[in-house]
Design a binder for this molecule. Structure first.
Ligand SMILES: [Zn+2]
Length: 378
């Protein structure tokens, strides 16, 4: 919560508590070996090194103390609650990949709101350019097309893990905000070192690839020769060229222009956050938990991405909010709103919660809210 409007806290706690009471969290394997991390609603710091012997005990804790953010470690430990990382007794970690939609061109615009003078500015500012106040809120503008691009990249990661490494237990999650997580928990990957995980990320992302080594161009015409049964990165590019009709058949061989190969490599790059993949003690969000930056649920997705932000909200119905800023036509999770300071408006619940979490509105009334059933899309 960037600048919490304090009276929102009571409503948000009640809404989050109601949601968690429905029992929609996805249980990670070996919950008792995981470090749990939370930021509770109303608190500004994280509590780490928690551990729970069972989901029942975890639910008891979060229903009493509804979290803004809820995480578990990708790692399995003998003693997950030990404060010193070295004393936890690490014996393996799931493999994680993080895709953030704000890395794409056109997907990282923001509006800065000043809650002192009420003005707004395109871009991100630490201080209000008009009155100098530091009471500013950076509001991200990410349309759902950016989310779709991130989803496509997450699916690419999943396919390479499956096709090139034969891994099976792979899940793709919408992060609830603006990205995707790919989690793999096959036994074979649990004891990979950080360096090995980095190698995997490089292999999948195609970053650092020297094209001429993997696709040596022959002849002065700069032609790359393929056979019908390629493997690994060569197969990935072969399939892509085939799909784009850029392969020419020559007897039992196929040829493509080197420039087309280079273009295809660029097209198949995936922007993976290598730091996340390398970190074997990373905390990642619980499937089924609420992302406190947005109020949307961290949801597993399969072959098809749901079509809008609204599909990731656990709440139906409407709430009445009072904006704390002025803005005409503000994009809010696929809706456009006209906000006038202090003038109450009725909005869809997920829209109201989003604005409340961003600090741009005060929730006045939640009387018509209902909770949907658990939402997982795979
Ligand atoms: Zn100002």
């Amino acid at each position: 919560m960037s600048r919490p409007v304090s009276s929102n806290l009571r409503h948000l706690k009640s809404l989050f508590r109601q949601y968690y009471s429905t029992g929609c969290l996805e249980e990670p394997a070996y919950i008792h070996k995981r470090e749990i991390g939370v930021q509770l609603l109303g608190e500004t710091t994280y509590r780490r090194h928690l551990s729970f012997p069972s989901m029942t005990m975890l639910y008891k804790f979060i229903i009493e103390n509804p979290p803004l953010h809820l995480y578990y470690s990708s790692a399995y430990y003998d003693d997950p609650s030990a404060k010193d990382m070295g004393a936890k007794g690490w014996h393996g970690s799931d493999l994680l990949f993080d895709i953030d939609a704000d890395h794409y061109q056109g997907c990282n615009s923001t509006i800065t709101f000043c809650t002192r003078c009420g003005k707004s500015f395109e871009g991100t500012y630490k201080q209000c350019p008009s009155c100098g106040s530091t009471n500013v809120i950076a509001y991200p503008l990410i349309n759902f097309d950016c989310i779709k691009r991130a989803y496509n990249d997450a699916i690419k990661i999943k396919l390479v893990l499956k096709d090139d490494f034969g891994l099976k237990n792979i899940k793709v999650y919408f992060s609830g905000n603006r990205g995707f997580h790919v989690k793999c928990s096959d036994d074979e990957i649990l004891d990979l070192t950080s360096d090995e995980r980095r190698e995997l990320a490089m292999y999948i992302s195609l970053n650092g690839l020297e094209p001429a080594l993997v696709f040596p161009p022959i002849t002065k015409r700069k032609i790359v020769i393929f056979v019908s049964q390629e493997y690994g990165i060569r197969k990935r590019i072969f399939m892509d060229l085939d799909h784009k009709d850029l392969l020419r058949r020559r007897g039992v061989l196929y040829e493509a222009d080197y420039d087309d190969v280079l273009y295809s490599i660029e097209d198949n790059r995936v922007d993976i956050d290598t730091v996340v993949t390398m970190d074997i003690s990373r905390l990642s969000r619980f499937g089924g938990s609420i992302n406190g930056k947005s109020g949307l649920v961290v949801s597993s997705v399969g072959e098809q991405l749901p079509s809008s932000y609204a599909d990731f909200s656990p709440w139906d119905g409407t709430v009445v909010i009072k904006p704390v800023v002025d803005f005409s036509g503000l994009p809010v999770l696929g809706n456009k709103l006209n906000l006038k300071t202090g003038i109450p408006i009725r909005v869809k619940t997920y829209v109201g919660i989003y604005l409340a979490l961003k600090g741009l509105a005060k929730i006045e009334n939640v009387e018509r809210v209902e909770i949907r059933k658990c939402m997982m899309y795979s």
